[in-house]
Design a protein around this ligand. Structure first.
Ligand code: PEP
Length: 254
């Protein structure tokens, strides 16, 4: 039985004041959800120490939006997985489409980040997903399989025992165009089937989140799908009432 996970991705948003208000408002919903669903927020690195202090003593987990492949050294501006772990991060998102696109991160480079996160005690949240053109031309699974394969080649299928996958169709991110529950379910099932060709038990156990304009309205039908194990939520994770409603949808479908 897979426990749902609802994860916020704040991206490059927030102030000390808004982060404080948001974390304080999410602690109770996270505690309430805890027996049935996990809740986490992924914050800009500069706020992680603040989130650590605010979330202390609650079930609200947190993580980073990215991490480097190095743990220390002359890598100006990067964020070490060891340092993120020291500040209590549970998760590290890797391979978000905005990183792949704006920072030219290849499948192989994302796999190195996944490996660095995992080797240093973080749970990687591997984002995969196709562009609108790829979707329109029926190439979704070609793209997603290549993204998964780079990780399988480097870290092995067993590594997914301690990782999360987020299927995020790029055309749905921040656009208000959510994939229909049926479309999303089909891709999630195809991802699981692909992983099962390597190891059925790992495929059955891995949590696959949906991301892309997931909000309080769309979450209930998405989370009711058999292979959708929660959500990676951008815009709607910045508003406590919306994110709380999404958490409640995950609990209701647990
Ligand atoms: C995301 O960036 O991971 C995301 C899903 O964003 P949004 O929910 O805003 O589409």
């Amino acid at each position: 039985m897979r426990k749902p996970l609802v994860m916020g991705n704040w991206k490059l948003n927030g102030t000390k004041e808004s982060v404080t208000a948001l974390v304080n408002a999410l602690k109770e919903p996270a505690d309430k959800a805890a027996p049935k669903a996990d809740v986490a927020v992924c914050a800009p690195t500069v706020f992680i120490g603040l989130v650590e202090q605010l979330a202390a003593g609650s079930k609200l987990a947190y993580g980073s939006e990215d991490c480097d492949i190095h743990v220390q050294g002359a890598y100006t501006g990067e964020n070490s997985p060891v340092m993120l772990r020291e500040f209590g991060c549970t998760y590290a998102i890797v391979g978000h489409s905005e990183r792949r696109d704006y920072h030219q991160e290849t499948n192989e480079y994302v796999a190195l980040k996944y490996q660095a996160a995992q080797q240093n005690g973080l749970i990687p949240v591997l984002c995969v997903g196709e562009s609108e053109a790829e979707y329109d031309s029926g190439r979704t699974m070609d793209v997603v399989k290549a993204e998964l394969q780079a990780v399988i080649d480097l870290c092995g299928i067993e590594s997914f025992k301690n990782a999360v996958i987020a299927y995020e169709p790029i055309w749905a991110i921040g656009t208000g165009k959510t994939a229909t529950p049926e479309v999303a379910q089909k891709v999630h099932a195809d991802i699981r089937a692909y992983l099962a060709t390597f190891n059925a038990e790992v495929a059955d156990g891995v949590r696959i989140l949906y991301g892309g304009s997931c909000n309080a309205k769309t979450a209930p039908d998405l989370f009711a799908q058999k292979d959708i194990d929660g959500g990676l939520v951008g815009g709607a994770s910045l508003k406590a009432p919306d994110f709380t409603a999404i958490i409640e949808a995950a609990v209701a479908n647990a």
